[in-house]
Design a protein around this ligand. Structure first.
Ligand code: IMP
Ligand code: MG
Length: 184
């Protein structure tokens, strides 16, 4: 299959390298501690699986299933949660792992949701930060992989209408309208 990709924005090698660096920063921060990684489905599962294998600490994983995109290329700003079993967070170090920061609504939701469960500490790790997006109250990010331009991207877990999550790189797709410029 030839994916309809207009441009690769981050290569597989760049992802591998940066994930390794982030894991190292996280390992130093939590030295010897146990950590709960709370990942946001579906987009972040590829990033999570690579990151957790590089951290080299005892980690437990938990998932929040949030939807704000509903298959389109623009964020709806409203977050819906599909309930899943959730790990016990009280008194534990918790790190939210997310694929991309767009409007910020998903991370803000996840942060509040975790905070209510009284973790010992709560931090946020996001792979991609879309630059130039207006955010009322931008969420605080502790670990960031890459800044990218404000374009719609797919691959490495991120989808366009549920496709292209399997691509091993981050790319700008050719969407139905044909030019990939629809995001703004
Ligand atoms: P936010 O809540 O607006 O920050 O959006 C975050 C969620 O929207 C992410 O968890 C992604 O699932 C999805 N998303 C945001 N930007 C993109 C993109 O460029 N491609 C694919 N999904 C995206
Ligand atoms: Mg997501």
């Amino acid at each position: 299959m030839t994916p309809p990709v207009r441009q690769i924005i981050i290569t597989q090698e760049q992802l591998r390298q940066r994930v390794r660096e982030l894991a190292q920063e996280i390992r130093q921060q939590y030295k010897g501690e146990e950590l709960v990684l709370v990942s946001i489905l579906k987009g972040a599962f590829v990033f999570l699986s690579d990151l957790m294998r590089e951290i080299q600490l005892d980690v437990e994983v938990g998932f929040l299933y949030l939807s704000s995109y509903r298959g389109e290329t623009q964020s709806q700003g409203e977050v819906e949660e599909y309930l899943l079993p959730f790990p016990r967070l009280a008194g534990r170090h918790v790190l939210i792992v997310e694929d991309i920061l767009d409007s910020g609504a998903s991370i803000a939701y996840a942060y509040q949701r975790c905070q209510q469960l009284n973790p010992l500490s709560l931090r946020v790790c996001v792979l991609l930060n879309k630059q130039g997006v207006f955010r009322d109250e931008p969420p605080l990010i502790d670990y960031k992989g890459f800044d990218i331009p404000n374009v719609f991207v797919v691959g490495y877990g991120l989808d366009y209408r549920e496709k292209y999550r399997h691509l091993p790189y981050i790319a700008e797709p050719i969407t139905e309208q044909g030019n990939g410029d629809e995001k703004e």
